[in-house]
Design a protein around this ligand. Sequence first.
Ligand SMILES: Cc1cc2nc3c(=O)[nH]c(=O)nc-3n(C[C@H](O)[C@H](O)[C@H](O)COP(=O)(O)O)c2cc1C
Length: 210
Amino acid sequence: MHVLRVDASVRKPGSLSRKIGDAFLQALGETHPAMTVTERDVGLNPPPLITSDWVAAAFTPKAQRSAAQSQLLAQSDQAIAELRQEEIILITAPMYNYGMPAGLKAWVDSVVRKDETFTFDLARGDFPLQPVLSGKTLVLATACGEFGFEPGGVRDGQGHLTGHVKAVSGYLGADRFEHVGVEYQEFADDRFEASMQAALERANALGGRL
Ligand SMILES: Cc1cc2nc3c(=O)[nH]c(=O)nc-3n(C[C@H](O)[C@H](O)[C@H](O)COP(=O)(O)O)c2cc1C
């Protein structure tokens, strides 16, 4: 069992999303004692943002790239290599301003790359993009300060973290998507305590199941 763990909170001590991820991995490790984990902390060490030169390099066929272009893609190559070898992708992420943290978005932009993680062919009609990787499970552990982002909830339509990660999960090679999240962090009341307890229990159960 090989896991790629991507942490996106800018804080380490006190991070709830990381704590849920820890609970999941603890249970998974008990089920799979030979489990290996590759860690990429995009919260504390965000990847560089993509640029016009980066996009030009990514869209230049490998054999025709200049040395400078290959160098520009080196970090992305490394991140894709890490992604390729893992069966489970664990992403731990806070909600920042109703979406994913910038470090996580920078990581997604660096690994979703033509001819590496997706191919593009207009012969496929209205859906020209097709993932290259497959067979992975993506587990998303989230934390947010507010609550009620689910369908029918009091903030239905405002939360774009889980939906966004789910939308790109296919290009990361995930056929299966699981979400565990805590809400109410900003209220620090009984609702938060119950939400955290439920998230930890669910993370634990999920780790025991996979
Ligand atoms: C910059 C910033 C933006 C935030 N934006 C939101 C938000 O839009 N909605 C929300 O529910 N919580 C928001 N929060 C609260 C965090 O999601 C919450 O504190 C969460 O527990 C952070 O994750 P962590 O505990 O893993 O660090 C924000 C927090 C920060 C620091």
